[in-house]
Design a binder for this molecule. Structure first.
Ligand code: CO
Length: 160
């Protein structure tokens, strides 16, 4: 088990485009394992490699079932339909959340850690999480897309 340090909004690295994974080496599978440990420790839903300082196209998302984890290498949205509006937050943008419009359904093509291509589909919150994480790979944060952003915390919601 190894935790990686998170990068936060304001860090230039989060604004860079990540490179595709050409070969799934031990360093990529270790990255996936470390991202999982980090996500669990931070109690998050999803994590993209640039959030731990690695500019590679790697994303993980925790599904509803506590034990089920989606690992996506070189993910690409191949279909998106309908729209939804809802709240989003990000481990790299602590203490804030915001309203973002996203597709309500997406189909994503990716590789698993064995290098096999697969297609995954998500609607509702999973579609939102997929779009949010894939944005990280292109240097985009949800706050770039949000129609409103507010602080979260003990003192209640405060618009900023
Ligand atoms: Co995020």
């Amino acid at each position: 088990m190894a935790l990686r340090s998170l990068r936060f909004d304001g860090d230039d690295l989060l604004r860079k485009k990540s490179r595709p994974v050409k070969e799934i080496t031990d360093s990529i599978t270790t990255l996936l394992d470390d991202m999982y440990d980090t996500l669990k420790a931070e109690n998050g839903v999803g994590l993209a490699a640039p959030q731990v300082g690695v500019l590679r196209r790697v994303v993980i998302i925790k599904l509803d079932d506590e034990h089920e984890l989606l690992e996506l290498i070189n993910p690409e949205i191949v279909e998106a339909r309908e729209t939804q509006e809802g709240l989003e937050a990000c481990l790299s943008v602590p203490g804030r959340q915001g309203t973002v419009e996203r597709p309500n359904f997406v189909k994503v093509k990716a590789l698993n850690r064995a290098g096999e291509e697969f297609i995954t589909e998500g609607d509702g919150y999973l579609a939102r999480a997929l779009c949010h994480e894939l944005d990280h790979l292109d240097g985009v944060l949800y706050i770039d897309r949000a129609t409103e952003i507010h602080r979260t915390g003990e003192n209640g919601d405060e618009k900023i």
